[in-house]
Design a protein around this ligand. Structure first.
Ligand SMILES: NC(=O)c1ccc[n+]([C@@H]2O[C@H](COP(=O)([O-])OP(=O)(O)OC[C@H]3O[C@@H](n4cnc5c(N)ncnc54)[C@H](OP(=O)(O)O)[C@@H]3O)[C@@H](O)[C@H]2O)c1
Length: 412
């Protein structure tokens, strides 16, 4: 372990609410269960005692740095059960390229409640969820060159490392997964870059093969790029989802014409973000939505992203061109036995690639460039206060009535 710098208690710890539950060891300040879901799938999860697991998290931080020895985290301690715990050991930097971040804000995402309800992406109990954050760099490993203590950053994290779960006050992540937070963004606004924005960027530019926006050429080159792609359409089914809002904008920046499917209440949002055509799904069957899309694009649709579920994913397959090579990116997956037409390829959207392939950092950098250029509008954000509100927020997400707003929890 090597730590070059350390900033003690940069913000927040004084303001948190702490309740003591007598006789419980380690100290648990809140316990609640989430409702079971009838689609529940059992996945084998190794169960450890809380104490054993927490000791495996124990900090190897040098004695001189042990000002703060514990931190608060929201743990999943069993299927469907969270516990807020103030006695999680201060995490260690275990390799020279890692960064310790003091979490300021975390974005909430459907994967956060799905993984708890369906019991996946939690290698053992207790586990700490959460996939994206903004915060301040607290300490860096000896080989970290791009960041220093106190930097404002955003990060997209990996479920396989408990130290990287963002539902805790301190997270440890590899430096290539961390990006500087653009100066124009608040910590709360930046908390949706790590999942929704990055997923939209990688889906378009990596898995669908859409060219990244030209930013080195002159104005004439940029005009020609956009012009040459003017006729190419992309369907974004779920245009008002947080991921969809980024996908619409990035597709436009890359010169595509966007057809978005939303509800009537969010159709103006999709239009304002740059969708040329918005098909409202209100009072329509999915088949009627498909007919409305075909009226716009005929047999020319070759690119589609489904951001809703396996039924809408299947309908995307029916609206893609029957004669041209086409690609669908199903972000919420397809049924295992779905019949895929021969001319259609399925783009495998695997966000773990951002973590395990360092070269994908370029997509985060391009997002930052677009934000700094004022070319990317961030979603409207609703902020909840404190880790104790994560469960409340996840229930709100689950109900699906956010109307295009991003839920963010301020941790610090
Ligand atoms: N594979 C990956 O790595 C990955 C990454 C990110 C997200 N995802 C998945 O993508 C999905 C969306 O995530 P998110 O965070 O962007 O979602 P979100 O913002 O929570 O999406 C909620 C919105 O979905 C829209 N919606 C619901 N049913 C719809 C339908 N039939 N047609 C069109 N829109 C519909 C609703 O908007 P309206 O009422 O306005 O239509 C609702 O406000 C989730 O299933 C998530 O798990 C996957």
């Amino acid at each position: 372990m090597a730590i070059r710098n350390f900033l003690f208690c940069c913000f927040g710890s004084g303001s948190r609410k702490t309740q003591t539950v007598e006789g419980v060891e380690p100290r648990v300040v809140s316990t609640r269960s989430i409702a079971l879901d009838d689609k529940d799938q059992e996945v084998e999860v190794k169960s450890e005692s809380l104490t054993d697991s927490l000791s495996s998290l124990e900090s190897s931080t040098a004695p001189a740095l042990q000002h703060q020895t514990t931190q608060r985290a929201l743990c999943v301690v069993a299927k469907h059960t969270y516990e807020l715990n103030d006695d999680i050991p201060y995490p260690s930097i275990d390799s020279p390229n890692e960064i310790l971040i003091r979490t300021f804000a975390v974005g909430l995402n459907p994967i956060d409640w799905k993984s708890v309800d369906y019991n996946f992406c939690m290698p053992s109990f207790p586990w700490i969820g959460g996939r994206e954050l903004t915060g301040l760099v607290e300490a860096v490993g000896s080989e970290v060159s791009e960041f220093k203590v106190g930097d404002r950053v955003w990060a997209s994290t990996y479920y396989r490392d408990r130290r990287a779960g963002t539902f805790q006050e301190l997270c440890v992540v590899p430096q290539h997964t961390v990006l500087p937070l653009p100066a124009s963004l608040s910590m709360e606004a930046g908390a949706c870059l790590g999942v929704a924005a990055l997923t939209a960027a990688m889906t378009l530019w990596k898995w669908l093969g859409v060219p990244m926006p030209l930013h080195h050429g002159n104005a004439a080159e940029r005009h020609n790029q956009v012009k040459s792609q003017e006729a190419e359409y992309i369907l974004i089914w779920g245009g008002s989802t947080i991921t969809g809002q980024f996908a619409i904008q990035l597709a436009r920046t890359s010169g595509l014409q966007v057809i978005a499917v939303t509800s009537a209440k969010t159709s103006t949002l999709a239009k304002n973000l740059g969708a040329q055509h918005v098909v409202s799904r209100d009072s329509k069957t999915n088949e009627q939505v498909v007919s409305a899309i075909r009226e716009i694009v005929g047999d020319d649709l070759t690119l589609a992203i489904d951001i809703v579920g396996n039924e809408t994913g299947a309908h995307c397959l029916t609206v893609l061109s029957k004669s041209k090579p086409s690609t669908l990116a199903p972000l919420a997956f397809l049924k295992a036995n779905e019949q895929i037409p021969e001319n259609v390829s399925i783009a495998p959207v695997e966000m773990k690639r951002f973590i395990i392939e360092e070269g994908n950092r370029k997509f985060g950098l391009e997002l930052n460039r677009l934000v700094e250029a004022g070319a990317l509008r961030m979603p409207e954000v609703e902020v909840l206060q404190g880790l104790e509100e994560v469960e409340v927020g996840l229930q709100m997400l689950k109900r699906g009535d956010m109307g295009g707003r991003k839920l963010v929890v301020q941790v610090a």
